[in-house]
Structure formats: C-alpha cells, structure tokens
Design a protein around this ligand. Structure first.
Ligand SMILES: NC(=O)c1ccc[n+]([C@@H]2O[C@H](COP(=O)([O-])OP(=O)(O)OC[C@H]3O[C@@H](n4cnc5c(N)ncnc54)[C@H](O)[C@@H]3O)[C@@H](O)[C@H]2O)c1
Length: 267
C-alpha cells in the first residue's frame, strides 16, 4: 500500500470534518496513510462509519456524527475525541454545503439572488462559516494547551470570484469569503501558541459537490472553458496540499489562502 513521506505525522491525531466523502475523505485517507490517527466527523452517520472503517484498516480511526453548525455538539464531540485519542494535533475542516435546501424553483432551476430565501442564507452561513468558527475554537483549546497545532480550513475560489454561469451562490461565496478572513485572524492570534491556520480554496473538484452543476445543459463545457488546465481537480491533489500544510515543513506558512483551481481565478 502507498505510504506517504511525512513521517512526522505518525501517531498524530487528525480530526477531519466532512470526512465521509469527497475532499474530506481524500484528506483523511492521505493522513491515515501517513500514519495519523483519524477522528472522522460527518453529519452523515453512515458515511462517517464507512470511512472510519476504511481508515481504521490503514491506521486508527473512529467515527463521530455531528452537524458542525451546532456549537454545543461541536464542543462535546471534540471532548470525546480528546478522551479517545488524547488530543487533537490537526484539524482539516472540510464540512460544507453549497446551497440551502430550498434554493430551487418548481422547474428545478437555482433561484437568483433577489429570490434566495433568508432561511437558505442562514443555513449556508451557519453550516459553512459558523461551523468553521465553532470547530476551530473547540480544537484550539486543546492545541493551545499543548502549544502545537495545524488547522486547514476549506474555503473556495468562490470566496474570490463569482462562478461563471451560476446564480444564487451569494450565501456560499460570502460564507467562504468569511472563512478566509476568519482564518487570517485566527492565524495571527494563535501564532504565539505554535498553531498555524491556513485555507485551501479549491476550484471545481471531481466530487459530488463539484459535479452537481454539470446537470445544467452546457455547464460542464463552461467549467472546462473557464479552467485553464481544462479539467476538474482530483481529490488526491487536494489531499497533497493538506499534507504539506499540516507537515512540520509548513511551520512558517500561516494565514495563507492556497488557491487550488486549475487557474480559474487567474483569468
Ligand atoms: N468540490 C468542489 O468543487 C469544491 C470547490 C470549492 C470548495 N469546496 C469545498 O470543499 C469542502 C468539501 O467539499 P466536497 O466537494 O468534498 O463536498 P461533498 O458534498 O462531496 O462532501 C461534503 C461532506 O461534508 C459533510 N457535511 C455537510 N454538511 C455538514 C455539517 N453540517 N456537519 C458535518 N458534516 C457536514 C457531508 O455529509 C459530506 O460528507 C466544502 O467545504 C466545499 O464547500 C468544494
């Protein structure tokens, strides 16, 4: 089985949110292959359990079911992780949603910004932005106590630009912009505790979220035409960036937003 090169990660405890599938799964898998022990956190109990089973066969893993927008639940799950594994050394916060649950009209089209319901705004902001704050705050308490930590928050290229051809993505873009600026503040405040806080901002990645808009006629071509490298990003490529940011080599990088978008925002 492929073994990664970051030997210092052996035995470290990595809490990965949204690890049931997609980018979170890929990051947790790469961390497990580097010898880290994994706390798999996801709102979906079934995928969390399946993923934890996969990682437990490589390293050591446990599943936790949690909605990251519930601050009380976040604190108690992080306590449970610390009880089970001793601490949290690494947080990779991938849990996120792109739309609220009612953001479509009767014909199945996305609603434009002037029609986006307030409830959808709150759902996306609470899940993506508040969830990031709650999770960062809860793990930081452990990291401050041990004077060491690595945090990678997942924003998006949508924090920087409007996605061509999509409407109603304002809640998502605003939540991701908030994650980038929140992360810079946390990076500065927690540098004294030897904790780094960085973001990765993916472009269109080959996950269920990245492919979701491809059901719209012509959208796949639009995605590729606006991505200079002309393909979706692979979760594997995201995982490699995570491995770097959580490694000892990245000690001097903090408050950074690493854009991983095939050049989408370069145009
Ligand atoms: N895929 C892309 O193209 C892309 C692009 C830019 C940014 N991102 C960001 O990357 C992250 C991961 O995206 P992905 O493509 O893997 O998405 P995905 O939908 O495939 O996976 C997201 C995971 O997060 C979990 N999740 C959702 N809401 C949660 C909640 N409230 N609490 C706990 N877990 C929750 C889901 O159950 C799922 O397992 C997200 O933050 C997303 O916004 C993705």
């Amino acid at each position: 089985m492929h073994q990664d090169t970051h030997q210092e990660l052996t035995g470290r405890v990595a809490l990965v949110t949204g690890a049931g599938r997609g980018l979170g799964y890929a990051a947790a898998d790469a961390l497990a292959r580097s010898g880290a022990r994994i706390a798999v956190v996801d709102v979906s109990e079934e995928t969390a359990r399946q993923a934890a089973g996969d990682f437990d066969a490589i390293s050591e893993a446990e599943a936790y079911t949690l909605d990251v927008s519930d601050a009380t639940a976040v604190s108690s799950i992080v306590e449970a992780v610390a009880e089970r594994f001793g601490t949290v050394d690494i947080l990779v916060h991938c849990a996120g949603i792109s739309r609220g649950s009612t953001q479509k009209d009767e014909e199945g089209n996305w609603l434009p910004m002037e029609s986006v319901p307030e409830s959808d705004w709150h759902q996306v902001i609470e899940t993506n932005l508040s969830g990031t704050f709650f999770m960062n705050k809860a793990v930081a308490k452990l990291m401050i106590a041990q004077n060491r930590g690595r945090i990678v928050n997942v924003a998006s290229m949508s924090a920087l630009v409007a996605n061509k051809g999509l409407v109603g993505l304002g809640p998502y873009s605003a939540s991701k912009g908030g994650i980038v600026s929140l992360s810079t503040v946390l990076a500065v405040e927690w540098a004294q505790y030897n904790i780094t806080v960085n973001c990765i901002s993916p472009g269109y990645m080959a996950t269920e979220m990245g492919k979701r808009s491809q059901v719209m006629p012509g959208f796949k071509e639009l995605q590729l035409d606006n991505t200079p490298v002309r393909r979706l990003g692979e979760p594997r490529e995201f995982a490699r960036a995570v491995l770097y940011l959580v490694s000892d080599d990245a000690a001097y990088m903090t408050g950074h937003n690493m854009v991983l978008d095939g050049g989408y925002t370069a145009w």
